[in-house]
Design a protein around this ligand. Structure first.
Ligand code: MN
Ligand code: MN
Length: 462
């Protein structure tokens, strides 16, 4: 029976001192990355800098590619493709692809955001991705993004990350007065129109705007606008075209007396994007590999920076053309790990999971044959033969892995970029880190699982 039955392994139980050291060292690098890379723009900026240090050069469509090239394609500062050009017959070996996403749920600032009410100035927000709105109140928030000014310059804005910066805030009703609110269903405990950011509270004083009469109305708003203008050259009209977002102003922290876990904003999906990036940058083999850091996964992989955009196949076509290979044959021979997180079994909410088929924290990186909802709908459902091939490679290298389903069959579901890659005739399976409190302002992962995710991606490229 012992020999025949399957049992999950625990990363920490299996690890010797040397492995524990590597787990801790990789966790530290990840926390450094994640403290900075909160939005897709931040992640692209940092990843490009890391890629250049690793010898990667920018690629433009039409450039000639040569065997041995290490290139990156920065798509509008919001998604990133990194690839090596191998010397093998790629129509036979294909391209090995890791695809993660670098956008995370957050609160975007609306085009006409600023208003004054009762001595306070506020920004209206529009949430991005699937989130439980009530979780985003009463936590410190930072603003990230870009504003295009009327003179054509584009200003980067980051406020709330430096220790000395102010942060922003969304209020919730005090429990003393929440009798009516408490009767609302959880999903509408806080509603979209209630996610209003506190951005100011001091009125413009007399004499501060010389030669102008003190306006009685909206003096707090006026002061916010003046401060924004002084610091960034922004006028109210510039918000109409700006791209600003509010993200938790929280740093990654170790969790537990033993530091087994990391809590942070944006594990979904930087906990896969960072290991994928590292596996790509450290790859010294002779094959053609590609890592995709996609945007817009949280809202359906749409748009010019989402996984559905033709830029992905256009880049594959460029590599094929440079190698004189038939692109259709190359795609047919390629393989992809859709590197995205899955839900981790939470004993406090055990009812939502079917325990045998849930990923458990610290039991390794999770393989997900399928995602989807209500009968696998919307899932690309990887083939058994391909699953077997991937599992054999991971086993041979000693990667600790488990399988995962999001939760109980009828409870809900979700998707990833997998189906958009599979639809290009590329074998694809979801592989990623289990996450607790997914899509919350402060998610939780196990350092052991993070390390096994990185290990799995290295093995896949090897
Ligand atoms: Mn994800
Ligand atoms: Mn997600």
């Amino acid at each position: 029976m012992e020999d025949l039955s399957y049992k999950k392994k625990n990363v920490y139980e299996e690890a010797d001192d040397a492995t524990m050291g590597r787990i801790e060292a990789f966790a530290q690098k990840y926390k450094d990355f994640l403290s900075y890379a909160k939005t897709e723009r931040d992640a692209v900026k940092l990843s490009v800098a890391m890629a250049e240090r690793a010898g990667y050069k920018p690629f433009r469509f039409g450039d000639t590619l040569a065997v041995g090239d290490k290139r990156y394609y920065n798509n509008r500062g919001k998604s990133l493709f990194l690839f090596t050009v191998g010397g093998e017959d790629i129509a036979r070996t294909g391209v090995r692809i890791l695809a993660a996403h670098i956008d995370s749920p957050r609160l975007d600032i609306r085009p006409v955001p600023l208003y004054e009410r009762a001595g306070g100035a506020f920004f209206k927000t529009h949430y991005y991705g699937g989130l439980k709105k009530y979780q985003w109140t009463a936590v410190p928030l930072a603003l990230h993004g870009v504003v295009s000014l009327s003179d054509g310059t584009v200003r980067d804005v980051i406020v709330g990350e430096d220790e000395n910066d102010p942060v922003f805030y969304i209020s919730d009703l005090l429990p003393h007065l929440a009798q009516k609110q408490s009767e609302r269903k959880l999903a509408v405990g806080i509603e979209g129109e209630e996610l209003n950011l506190w951005v100011g509270g001091m009125p413009e004083q007399k004499g501060e705007k010389e030669g102008q009469e003190k306006k009685e109305k909206d003096r707090v708003k006026a002061r916010v606008l003046r401060l924004l203008n002084q610091k960034y050259g922004i006028r109210e009209e510039d918000f109409l075209t700006a791209e600003l977002t509010a993200v938790p102003a929280l740093k990654p922290r170790d969790v537990g007396f033993d530091g087994a876990y990391i809590a942070a904003y944006g594990h979904d999906d930087k906990v896969c994007a960072f290991p994928a990036l590292m596996a790509q940058l450290e790859y010294e083999g002779k094959d053609t590999t590609m890592t995709v850091l996609a945007d817009k996964e949280e809202i359906g992989s749409e748009g010019v920076t989402g996984m559905q955009c033709a830029v992905f196949t256009d880049l594959l076509a460029e590599i094929c053309a440079a190698r004189g290979a038939n692109e259709r044959a190359v795609r047919a021979a390629s393989a992809c790990l859709s590197a995205d997180v899955t839900s981790a079994y939470d004993p406090t909410f055990a009812d939502a999971f079917e325990k045998n088929n849930a990923a458990v924290c610290s039991c390794g990186v999770a393989l997900m044959k399928y995602t989807g909802a209500r009968g696998k709908s919307g899932s690309s459902d990887a083939g058994g033969e391909f699953m077997g091939r991937i599992a054999a490679r991971l086993n041979a290298a000693g990667v600790i892995w488990q399988t995962s389903e999001l939760g109980k069959v009828d409870l809900g579901g979700g998707g990833t970029v997998a189906k958009y890659i599979a639809s290009k005739n590329i074998d694809t399976v979801d592989v990623g880190t289990p996450v607790i409190s997914m899509h919350s302002p402060y998610e939780l992962i196990s350092k052991g699982d993070l390390y096994q995710t990185y290990f799995a991606f290295r093995v896949f490229f090897r």
